[in-house]
Each structure stands twice: as structure tokens, then as C-alpha cells.
Write a protein that binds this ligand. Sequence first.
Ligand SMILES: NC(=O)c1ccc[n+]([C@@H]2O[C@H](COP(=O)([O-])OP(=O)(O)OC[C@H]3O[C@@H](n4cnc5c(N)ncnc54)[C@H](O)[C@@H]3O)[C@@H](O)[C@H]2O)c1
Length: 278
Amino acid sequence: MIKIGLIGCGNIGHIIANHAGGIEIVALFDIFFDRAKELEKMTGARAHEQFDTFISEDFDIVVEAASVNAVMTYAHRVLEHGKDLVIMSVGALADPAFREGLRESARSNGKKIYIPSGAIFGLDNLKVGRISPIKKLLLRTVKSPASLGVEAKERRIIFSGKAHECIKAFPKNVNVSVAMSLAAGRDVDIELWVDPAVDRNIHEVIIEGDFGETFIRVTNVPSPDNPATSYLAAQVTLPLSRSSRCYMDSRTRSLSAHDNHDPANRKTNTRSRIEFVW
Ligand SMILES: NC(=O)c1ccc[n+]([C@@H]2O[C@H](COP(=O)([O-])OP(=O)(O)OC[C@H]3O[C@@H](n4cnc5c(N)ncnc54)[C@H](O)[C@@H]3O)[C@@H](O)[C@H]2O)c1
């Protein structure tokens, strides 16, 4: 059974803990110790007040479900301690210097970083953008004003621009746009809308390129404990975490939970032990 350490004991942390069949949560860490203690009662995993004792426990993978800041603070140390890393707060990787440093750290430590597909579908096929020109790559996200912490009496756009800029303004809300950018190898255009009439998080992905055109619309139920986080995004970490074959086979390439379920996608790469999702 795959053993994981969990950074972040909030909404996603609870969903992972509630569906932990097939994985063993060994260690818990949260900036608020009482949250880690709460999950300790639910899971039997050990709550840690200090990151150093957390990371010294015996487990294979860290699942980060905390914040962009947590990735910035702990990701290098996770890899240096010989653990693979699942990153939910993908926005941290919008910073090129940090991203390249982390990539190098994973490479030199023989470890992997996994980026789940989060609140959308189709991250895997976005990789076509790295080999074939894409003319248009747009994410249109619509959320309730409450989930973004803004006031709005009617539907209105609150951001239009590039993903790497949007994540700075909304680090808890548009991680998926950065995941898309990493997969496609180019900065995604994003429109962020608020609409008081919606009770779901809506992501529309519009792609036009040499391959043709695609339109994907995902209507997500917000997580019960955090309307900013789509339930799908939280759930998608579970098949990732359960798939010991995916995680432990160092030759396996993985981009999304979808990849892991499809044996056809379990391609090997003999050139490098480290495979990144971007
Ligand atoms: N990739 C995606 O598509 C996607 C989708 C949804 C959410 N997310 C991201 O996943 C993360 C977790 O989401 P959530 O809904 O569980 O959030 P949450 O706010 O419910 O829980 C986050 C937990 O992490 C803890 N935390 C924050 N910063 C920390 C730090 N520096 N060190 C230790 N603990 C820290 C908080 O105390 C909290 O308990 C967020 O960054 C969110 O933006 C990503």
C-alpha cells in the first residue's frame, strides 16, 4: 500500500482522508496544528507541528493540498528527503525561476512531481501544444462572487489576461490555468468571471490549432467545505494517490488521474528517470 504524507489538512485534505481506501496516510502537517490533529483522529496518521519531523517520517509521496506559499516553502525539501510530490497549488509553478529550480531538484534527487488535472478534463491532450502550433488557448472560468471573495450583483468579468498574471491575483482560484499552461507549453489566456446566479464552478476550455478545434465545458460542484475548490479537483488526487504502480514505477509517465487509469498511457521513457508533466 502506498504511503503518503499530507501537507494541508483543509478541504482537500479532508476529502483525501475520507476516501483513503488503498492508501495509507502516515503523516500530517498544517500551519494550523489543530487541523492536523483533527485529521489525526480521523485517519490514525501522526500530526506534526514541525515540517522537519513530518518529512522525516517513512512515506513515499507528499500530497501538497495547502497553498502556493506552502509549495514555495517546502517543495525542495520534500524532494531532497527522497519523496515524490503531488502539487495541487500549481500556481507556484508559474514562477519560471522557481519551476526550473524545482525541476532540477527533482532530477538531481531522482524524484517526480505530479500535477493532477484538477478541476478540468483533457490536460493530457493539451500537450499537443508542445509539438503542433496552437492559435488559441483560452480558459473561461465562472465562479460565484463568494468563492472569489468579491461583491457582484450581476455577471461581470474580473480578470482578462495571462494565466501567470491571474494566479498572482487569485492564488486560490485559478491553479488549473497554470496546470494548462505547463501542459501546453505556453501561457494560457484566461477570462475570470463572477456570476451571482451560478452555484457551480464552470470551466470552459477553448483550443484552436493545427489539429482542429476543441471546446470543453466542465461544470463542477464546489467542495462542501471550500466553494473556491471544485469537488472534482479534490477527488482527482485519489486515483493518483492510490495508483502505487504509477507512483512507484520510476519509468512511468503521468500527467493526470486519467492517464493513470489507462494502461495505454503508461509509456516508458528510457532517457530520463524523471518525467515532468509540463
Ligand atoms: N490544481 C487545481 O486544479 C486545484 C483545484 C482546487 C484547489 N487547488 C488548490 O489546492 C490547495 C488546497 O485547497 P483546499 O480547498 O484544500 O484549501 P483549504 O483552504 O480548505 O485548505 C488548505 C489547508 O492548508 C493549510 N496551509 C496553507 N498554507 C500552509 C502552509 N504554508 N503550510 C502548511 N499548511 C498550510 C491551511 O491551514 C489549510 O488547513 C489550494 O492552494 C487550492 O488553491 C488546486
